[in-house]
Structure formats: C-alpha cells, structure tokens
Design a protein. Sequence first.
Lengths: 1041, 478
Amino acid sequence: MFRARSSFEPEFVPMSDLSRILLQGAMPLTAFVLGASLQVKADAEIRFNRDIRSILSNKCYTCHGPDKNSREGDLRLDVESLAKADRGGYFVIDSVHPAKSELLARITTEDEDDVMPPHGEGKALTSQEVALLTKWVESGAEWEGHWAYLPPVKAPVPEVENPDWRRNAVDRFIGARLESEGLQPSDPADRRTLIRRIFLDLTGLPPSADDVARFENDRDRFAFDHVVDRLLASPHFGERMAVNWLDLVRYADTVGYHGDQDYSVWPYRDYVIQAFNQNLSFDQFTREQLAGDLLQGANRDQKVASGYNRLHMITAEGGAQDKEYLAKYAADRVRTTSSVWLGSTMGCAECHDHKFDPFTTKDFYSFAAFFSDLKERGFYGGNRWEPQIPLPTETQETRMEALTRQVASLEASLTTSTELLVNGQFDWEAQLRAAEENGELLWEPIRPLGLQSTEGASLRVLADRSVLVTGANPEKDTYYVKLAPEREQVTGIRLEALTHPSLDKESLSRGGGNFVLTDFKVDRLDSNGEVTDTVTIASAKADFSQGGFGVSKAIDGNKSSGWAVDGSKKIADRRAVFTFGSPLDLAEGETIRVTLAHQSDHKRHNLGRFRLSVISIEKPGIEETGVPSDIYRAVLKSFEERSEKEQTRLTSFFRGQTPLLDDTRVQLASTKASRDRLKKEIPTMLVSQSVKPRQMRVLPRGNWLDESGDVVAASFPGFLASKAEKELSRLDLADWMVSASNPLTARTFVNRLWKQFYGTGLSKVLDDVGSQGEWPTHPELLDWLAVEFMESGWDVKHLVKTLVTSQTYRQSSVASDYLKEKDPFNRLYARQTAFRLDAEVVRDVALSVSELRVDQLGGPSVKPYQPAGYYAQLNFPTRTYQADKGASQYRRGVYTHWQRTFLHPSMKAFDAPSREECTAERSRSNTPLQSLALLNDPSYVEAARVFAERIMSCDGEAIGAQVRWAFTEAVCRKPSTREVKILTELYQESAERFADDKEAAEALLGVGGAPASGDCEPAELAAWTMVSRAILNLHELITRY
Amino acid sequence: MNPLDILAMRQNRRSFLSRSTVGLGSLALASVLKPWQSQGANLAASTQWPGAIQAIPQLQKAKRVIYLCMAGGPSHLETLDYKPKLAEMDGKPMPESFTEGQPIAQLQGQKLKCLGPQHEFQTFGQSGQQIANVFPKIGEISDEICIVRSFHTEQINHDPAHTFLNTGTSISGRPSMGSWLWYGLGSESENLPGFVVLTSLGKGGQGQPISSRQWHSGFLPSNFQGVQFHASGDPVHYVKRPPGVSQNDQRRLVNAVNALNRELDSVVDDSEISTRITQNEMAFRMQTSVPELMDVRNEPQHILDLYGTEGGDGSFASNCLLARRLAERGSRFIHLYHRSWDHHGNIKNNMRTSAKEVDQASAALITDLKQRGMLDDTLVIWGGEFGRTPMAQGSGRDHHIRGFSLWMAGGGIKGGTSYGETDDLGYKAVVDPFHVHDLHATMLHLFGVNHKELTYRFQGRDFRLTDVHGNVVKRILA
C-alpha cells in the first residue's frame, strides 16, 4: 500500500557509504535491526508518547507546531483539541470516522501538491512512520500529554520471578522488563571489578590494595552495602559528584570572553563539594544557588552558592556595549537554568517560539526576568568583576578589624580641626586666590613612584618633583614613569620640559639642548602593576613647537616623528598638555605609567629634565588651574557665600594635600597598604546581589537593538504553571523548580544520575526531555525514582544508594554474544556498561597509583604541569603559566585551574568541556591525543617514576613478583601469566638498554618535581619507570568495567 | 534488504553519532570514528572516518580549505575597497543617516568624523582589480582571486565575531567550520589531523587574543576538534617523547601496552580496546609525522624565497608554507590566524606594517599551489572577523560589521572577479550583500555539499553550520 519512495534511503548517506560504516562497526547487521525495533516489539499496541509523538515532532511541528510565526494552514498538531478540531466539514484527525482523516490522505497521496510533508521541504515520512501513523489514527488516535510534562507518579513496583532480582525497586522494574523480553541478566561482576567500579563511581578514586583485599574477604551479606555507606560518607564523594554539576553550571576560573582573565569563584566549587558531602537536600541546594542571597538571614555559604547566577562568561573587551552583553548574559542564564533543572531547551525560544515544545518567546524573556534584579554590568571595564564578597578566615578577620580601626583613627586625625590646620587652610586659600588674581594657573605635579630608562640612564627626582636625567647618555632612550595621582579622576597630563645647568647649553637635553619626544603614551596598571588598558589621548597641545615637530607627532603612533622645541637655540622651559579621550577613573591600587620615547634619528635628543602634572578638570589648558574646578570655584567665594557642602569639600581637599599633615598621611598610607595587602590575601567570591530590577523586554528575533518588544515580568513557562498573582522573585523560581507541581526537575536529576552509574540515561538525551528527547526505556522506573527522590525530601545520598545497591548495578559489564546481538546498546540493562573514565579521574588514578596524590579538600584552583607557551594567544594581559610546586602539583583533577579559552591540554584531550556553556553530557572520545598525553605529559611520566620507586621498595625480590605486585596494585586484579611475561620482557629489555646509557636513565628520572628516593639504582629505576608507564597507559586503567 | 531494515540502520546511524556513546554507540563510534588511518596497509582506507555525508562528485570542486584569517579586523578601506568619496569627506562629519541606530564599539558616544583612505589604490592584472598599493604581491595574483566587497557579519567585538565567523552563531559550544567539514567529509590525511590551526603574532595593532573555542568541535564528537600546531616547543602537545626515552624505547613501550590491551580484549571483548590500540599506533606515528611536517629544511631555496621565510620561526610566512605542506598531506581544513589587524590608532603605519607581514606569503601560497596543480581543488580564503569604520578613531578606525571585504581563490572560485559593493563611504554592503552564512553555504557548496543537509542532532534539534540561513552565491563560482 505504500509507494516505494526515495526517502527510504538514508537522507545524506548513499548506500555504499552506509554499508561501509556498518561493516566497519564490526557488528552483525541484524543487531542494528533488533536494537532499533526493541521498543516496538515489546507490545503491539501503539502508544502516542512512545511511537507517535516523535514522528509528529520531527516531521510536522516545524510548520504545525508551537511556533505561531512559522505555522502553516492554521493547523497545530501539538495540541489534541486543535489537531482533532472540526475544520468546516472535515477533520485532520477524525476520531469518529478514522478512515476519513485528512491526515491519512495527505501522508499517503501520490499527488505532489498535496503530499505532507511537502516534497523538498522538511523531511519525508518513512514507510514505517506512515504505517505507525495510519495504525494510530485507525485505532482511535488516542492522545497522551508529553510524558515529561505530566506529573510523575509511582506505579506499583512489578513482580519478578527471578528471586535474585528483588533487591530494590530498580531491580524489579529492570527485571520485569527483562523477563517480558525473555532476557537473562548477567552474572554479578567479580568482587575486584565491583569494588573498583563503586570506588570510581562514588569517589572518582581507585580502591587501595587493602580495600580490595578487605572486600574480597568480607563474607557479610551486606559487605557491598557497607562499602557503599563508607564511600557515601567519604569527603571524596563530594569531589566526584561535583564534577558533573560543575559541567552543568559551567563553573570555571576565568571569564571566558576575549582576554579570558581570571576571576575568583572557586569558593562556589567548594560549596558544591560540601553540599554533596553534607547531603544538603536538593531542594535547598536549588534555593541556595538560585537565590541564596535572598534567603532570610543568608549565611556565608548561601551567599557563595548564589554565585551560581554569575558563572556565565563575561567580557572586558574594549568597545563591548553594556546592553548587548546584558542581553547575552540574560539569554545564557535561561539556557543554562532551564537545562540544569528542567532538562529543557528553552534557549530555542530566544528568537522564535520553540519549534517542538510549548515554550514561547515570551516565556523565554519572562524567565530571563527572574534574574533582572541581579547587580551586574555588561561590560566589565578594568577587569573589575563585581559584586564580590570577602571570605576571610577568623585570623584574617581579626587583623582586618584592627587595621580598619587604625585607619579610621588616622583618618579622624586628618579631619579633626586644630588651630594650626585652620590657619593653614586660611593661608592656602589666600594663596590660591592670589594665584588666580595673578593669572598663575597651577597643575599638580606628581612625584613619580617609579622611574626607568630602557637604556640605563639615571633618573632622579628633585625637590620640585621634576626628574633629572644623568649618567649614561644613550643615542635613543625611553623613560617609564609610574604615577599614583591621589585623586579620583584624571583628565590630562602636563609634561614640562625644564632647563637645568647640567644639561647642554643649560637647556633641555644632553644632545645639544634640544629633544625629540617621539611617543607619549599612558597605560593604566592594576594593583599588581600589570597593564590593563591604554589610555586614549584625544589631543595634545604645547606652548611652543619647532617647525615640522608639532606636539601631535608625539601621539601619532609613528615611532620616528615627534615633538621638538628648538632647544639648542631657544633656551626656555616648555610645556605640553595631553588630554585624555575620557576622564580616567582610578580605582584603589591602580596607577598609571607614562612612556616618554625618544626614538628619532636625532642622537641623544632625550629630555634632560622634566616634570609631570595631572589635572581633573575638563579641557585643561596649558595654563589652567591645578585644583579641581569645584575647589577652584569654592575658593573664589567668600566664607559666607559657600554652601556647607562646598566648605566641607574645601576643607577635606586642603587636608588631603597640606604638608602640615604629611606625617599622619604617611602613617595612614602604610596602614592602608597593610590593610590592602591583607585584603588581597582574603579570598573573594563573585555573588548575586539584588537591586531594583532592570526592565525586561521581548527582543524581537533576539535583537538587542530592537526595543519594540513587550515589557515582561518574571513568570514561569505558561504551559507548566498558572499565572502568578504576585510579583515573582528568584526565590519563587527556586521554590517552583522544586515544587511538587514541577514535573521536570526530579526526572531530569534522576535521569542524569542514572547515567552516571549505568552509562546511559533512562531517557538518553540528558539535556532535552522535551518532544525531541527520547521516550524513556523504563518510564515507570524513571517516574518511580523521581517520586521517591521527592518523597525522601530530595535526599541525594538516598537516591545514589538506591541506584548503586541494586543487583542490576552489580552485574558484570562483559556482554555475551547473545546480549550484544539482542540489545547492542544495553538499553535494557541485562549487564553493566563499561566506559572510559572522566578526564579528572584519569588524572586521579595516576596520582593514586603512584601515591603522589595530595588530599586537601577545596581551596584555590591549582596548576599542574602544562606545555610552555600554551597561553601565547592570550592577551590583556599576556600570561605565562606557572605550574605549582610542591603539594599543589598533586591535587585532584577537580581542582585544576579551568581556563575557559585554553583548558589544560590533557584535560581537554580526555573530553573535559571548556565550560563556556552548560554541558549535560561529555563526549567520550578515543583519540591519539589521549595516547600522547598518557605517554608524554610530564604528570604521567613523573607518576610512573614515583610508582616505580614503590615497586622497587616492595618485598618481592624476583622481577616476576614485582611485576605481579605492580599490576595488581594499579589495576586491582592479578595479572595473567602472559601479562606478567609481557611486562617482564619490557623490564628486562629496558634495564639492559638503560644500563648501557646511564645518562638516558638519569634524564628520564629527572622528569617532575617530586623528590627521588635516592636509594634506587638509576638504570633499574628507569626500567621500572618504563613498566609503570606501560601500566598507566593501559586501557583498563582508564576504564571503569 | 527491505526498507524497514534500512530505516533501522538509519536510526542506528544517528545513534552512532549522537553524543551518547556507550553501549553499541560506543562500539560503533569507536570503530567508525577513526580520524586517522590505522596501522598497516591492509587496514588502510577501511578504518578511516569516511565522513557523515557523501559529496556530490560533479559539484565538488574543493577538497580542502586554507583559511588565512586576518585576526583583529583589517580595514577594508585600506585593503580591498577603494572609496574616493570617503577621501573627499576626510575630516567632515559622518552623515548621521549612515550611522543612526547602528551598533558601534569603541566610538560609543563620540563625534563621528570621516577618515579618508590612508593608502593609495592601484589597478592590478588583466582583470583590473583595485587593491591598496601596500599589497603589491597580492596585486600580482589579482587575476586568481575573487574579491568580495559586501561581506557583513553580526558581532562587533573580536571574541564573539570570531565565534560567529567560525560557527555561524555567537553562542559558544557549536562546532567550527573546520570541524563540520572534517565530520562531514572525513580527511584524506593518514598521519595528521584533518583540521589544523596555526597562529602568528604581528606587530600591527594590539595582539587580540584568540580562543581555542575557535577550532572546537562543539557538540560534534571531540575527535573532530582542530589541533593547534605550535612553532616553538612541541609542535603538537605531548608529541615529544620524555627525555631519555629513545624512539626504540617508546616503540617497545607502545608494543607492550598494545599487547596487554589485546590480552584484555580477549577476555572482555570490548571494541573500544581495538580503537585504543589503533590510536596508540597513530600517536606513535605522529611522533615522527608531525616533526617531519614541521621540518622545512628539504624545501628548495627558491620556494623559501617565494614565501620569504627560512621556516620554523612561527611567522605568518612560515605558517603559509606549512599550510601548503599540510594541504599536500591531506588535511581537510587548515586555519591560519595572523594577529595583527586591530588598528584603532595610526592606521596608516599599522596597515603598512601588517600588510608587509602577509602580502608576499599570501600571494606565494597561491602561486605555489598553482604551480603544483593544487589550486584547483584548494579553496583559499583571506579576510578578518570584521572590517573597520569609515569614521576616524583618532588616527585609526574602530570595529565595523555592516560591510567589509575578503578575497577567495582556487577550489572552484572564479578568479579575477569581484562581487558586491558597499555604499559610497564604505559603510554598508548595499549591492549583493554577502553574509557570513552565505560564505559558509558557498564554501560547503564548493565541496559538493548542500549546506542544508549537513546536520547534526543536538538537544533535540538538527543543527547546521548555516543555522536556518545561508545562500550559495553562484556568481563567484568558476
């Protein structure tokens, strides 16, 4: 009855190619067929959610789905009532006379104009799909709501015949399905495999030889349960569980965009580890992250947790517009939060209504509005990531309080009036007025903090704050002058070229009296003295310039042209003013660096004496007043004319610079410096702070420049919750996420956890449980677990224990040929699944086997060895990676410094994600880059050498015994005779070779900073190192079976 | 075979390539996804990743891409787009009709004034293409290249603009075009990655950072990630043996590891293991093939002179030479970044500096490919992530996205032509606008691939390099 259509062929892959791939798959063809039809075979009855929804979603919803803007023919097939509506004499789906359904006519017609989906658009239906649709319509077109959007209910736990398959509900659901499919479960894994599996799954660490032996000999019925309890109580449990969560929330140590600078959010990572370790209930975990700052009397941990909202990538790229980036951040939060908790792809609704699920664009922006109260910026100029909170230790807190008190008392003495000060101010004001009357206009000369000549000339500061150049007199020279103007704003810099008796002709330089200033540049430095920005110079003017050497040539970027003043003939002080493009706001600790370059062809035309002054008024002239304009205006007024504010400001300005208070100021400065040093030692955390919400609009097609969209308030997705009566906050969002009426959160979490212990989710697509996701293989089990999770009070450890103590979990992962053929994807769980370890765990295993691992819970991220020059593409600032020394070098992978744009190459090779976006599932690749990392990364070479030392210090004298010990220690099982032979030969051949070449042995043993024990003979140790390297490279070592 | 079987296979094929790679997914993926040739001639060809899609042979012109990315955003007004009217307007206010409501970067809130072209243009070749005179060597190959003067993009800051140019979206986590091509068509290289990245740092402007996101495989299997080759240190991370370990030592070690892996395989029968063995062999071979690639001592002097490099110094010229060597060895996508083009200030001199750094080698690459008969099937693209404003930023220009230029050559592109125009002041692409999505669509077309058909399902959606956009621009095709 069905036409043979070209669409039977794979869409993009011609047959020849496809068969090639299949044949390479080394799987019998029948396996695929059975694998795919398993679900249909289970019962012959058609079920909407399992069989029909995905067809409609895939093939029809693009034009007949939720998105009103792309809807054709005013037909929706995603809503039952509309799909079955009377369309004026006919029905698309006719429940009364199924055969009359227009749908059937359209999907089977040969008429090119009528056929659905239309030829050339979208994807054609396969004959299988046509058959399924037909059968469904003919049997009454029974509709079901999408499974994931209906509240989960606990179905009765099924009975199973197999008495071994009744440990808990997991077994009963899995077992019942196996029995109905006629499949036998696999034997339990042997104890060594099982204990290694549970250790790796729950702690990310391999068991020690002791652990293995103890478990092997423990005949208690509940031996395994006891191991599970012990591991759940281990602090390593949190470290293991954190890895997946950190992927989801895209936690990293750097900001991600452009310069990818460091920021401090590692306390959040530690919060996550602690939360899992303390078994914080998942609902509370949710509240604290989304809205910890809004909780009544929020404690420190809860504020740290609220950093969740700040973990997205942020930018400090010059020229970035606030509004554009605020829109990017808002969208990122919706994508991530909807994925983390709801397993939904709300991100698809940013530009248009979702094509497959009932999320509207309005839902997207209303969801974003939950976060509109966050205090944030779009563009983080000056690399100031805010708001942050300090997280001091108790000692730090006490010291900080003392220093703060001292600062306050010194500051008080600066503001306390004394007769001396009152008189001093009176005189100062009079001076200023006199200066004004005389037309003498003052800049504030700044005493340089640091001076440098690139060519080694001596730069010395004179009493008048000018700088005199003596000593070496190079042909060309560049001076760097570091200034710390004590004012909030600088609008320009004045350069005075000053005469001095020591200079040629008592003029301006030691190169005949004239100078050529080829470049004048101002950089902004952070408190570490790193350049963060170059200040734009908008204009330059001078009181005198020689013909062809105008002062603008000092800022034209041309390294040979410059400003000169005919100093060999005309002997006089000269002044030039460089005005900034926009006022420079200096934060505490920031300084500026002025570059004075003399790189012209005129020899020794270098400034001989100069002085730099700053000013804070707009458009400063060469001769303008040196005090801020408000001070200037206030001074000119009589005491009576001044407002109280003006008087206060005047007094504080005076006290800030009068020599009368010099001593106090020096003391204050040093106390403040101590305080600042301490402040830097105190960890900080970027957190959520609530302010007045920004207005949120729907951005048409996601365009941030378009302000025509509706203003929206925070609200839950319309189809999942009824409209709220009140204004909603982030806390309401958190409460809703974990409310009984939310069908998605528990299922999403449970499904991901299942994957962690069984290899694949019960619904395979971990980041989409919507229409395009997968109908779960065991929907009743998924729902049972979700309800159990909620009923237990969102008890994570309880859930984990339920999953790992089942008999299903304990099976062997070795598949019989029969099972491989029957259930190639292991979707029915008649066996366990073997998979490669996560990147962090690959590292942890090597560190554990060598016993190099340093266990310290939490703390700032650490830096393992990394190839030199890996950060060469970074800038603002440029960076050189410094690997940690000592204990920090041997910390677990979860603590590795996470540089978003350049993740550590070994971690990246093993599929650790960059964490720029929410990642629900890591790729599990198998590449030569992994082999190269295991072979040659110094971390693994060093671990091998240290493991070799352990081998040599073990009791066995015979080589075979040592090999056996090493293998068992690392792999947790005894080696076969063949295996021993292979490693023994490797040892013997290597030992011979290194005995002939001691230098090579020493070179190999020199890798890594861990001290050598010194007792071992180098050639032997090198040979054992080769054996250890082989062991650390084994597929088995990086696989969990 | 009956249609149902084919259907089942098709569904399974999708499962192979989905990100969930356990169970059979893992087995199949492991066996299929071997980006590089395995050991031994008898296994050759059959184990190499054949690509997810078959190119249409009669449409396929290009077999590989060499993308010369001028990172930082070169000004079109001093390179490929001559605007006499802008010269007349030099120093005068930029008419608001051009700029109102348009995105702008560092010139936010400032008075906008025109800046005339800072370099003269010259007519080159029989085709009479107009190119700035700071590019005399590119001028000499002007009959080989197609200049697009109506390119436009959507992101105005460096980082997202690169992401957009590479992946078709500014959202992180999507595959870059090199990964798409490798995934889609496989690679012809037996011992080297199918997607290779080389970077160089110039002296013009600020050295803008480049993220490794730009060559990431995003949601595609990570096998398809671009691999960065370095001029100094190990050319590929960890490709060098540890000190004291000879080639023989390493051979002995890899043999032992693989023998042990085979022992395990005989017990657990896990096809991941045979993949691991193959990858170990590949890794071992890379320890010679990569240094061999990087070592240009065997190149004749006239070739080194042509590019203007002695090689090995990490310069753009050296990288161009390596690009040709990679192309010869079958890499599918070779991406060069030259970080030198962010000319916010003093564009006159900076442009001269940056042009000098790339002019000779860019032209040499075309000449060299041509003389080897490889230009016909090698698509070369030259251009930045955006252009620069006709408005002055002091003595320089700011970022600009509404219209700028690039050139392409070889691989089925019609040489000696130009396509599209900006308005009189070089602000907006007004004739035949050529969007980033169009570039991607056209590029895939040159490979015989319909850009709408190269898809990958992620988060329930079939993603494309061109998202839901992109038109093949046939007028620039040979």
